[in-house]
Design a protein around this ligand. Structure first.
Ligand code: SF4
Length: 118
């Protein structure tokens, strides 16, 4: 990564000193100096894949992985590795969630119709 402090740039405001919540103060990437979490401009694909795998290895031992991942999914964060997932992987998770929610709504609607016909 171009800026060795760039990993800090993905730390959202609520992980700042004003709100030192446990999930951000315990983030394993806070001490990362390698800039693994965001792509430098014009990064070749092979380099990106290798960097993302390294970032994911940091995430895998991070005590706040689930909190970080949920934050990135809810925002949603469009760039970088968060909670062990790349941006593309988060898009897949979000699409699956939307599909699942749609299925549940449809099941509830059908259930209501069956109950009303009762
Ligand atoms: S899960 Fe990964 S991106 Fe999130 S705080 Fe931990 S090390 Fe950083």
């Amino acid at each position: 990564m171009d800026d060795p402090r760039a990993h800090v740039a993905h730390v959202p405001a609520q992980r700042g000193p004003a709100d030192d919540s446990p999930w951000h103060s315990n983030a394993a990437c806070r001490r990362d100096e390698a800039g693994l979490f965001f792509a430098p401009s014009k990064e070749p694909t092979a380099a990106r894949l290798a960097r993302e795998e390294q970032a994911k290895r940091v995430c895998a031992r991070c005590p706040v992985l689930l909190e970080c991942r949920e934050h990135a999914l809810l925002q949603p964060e469009p760039y970088g590795v968060w909670g062990g997932l790349t941006a593309a992987e988060r898009r897949v998770v979000l699409a699956r969630r939307r599909r699942r929610e749609q299925e549940l709504r449809e099941a509830a609607r059908v259930g209501s119709q069956i109950a009303a016909a009762g």
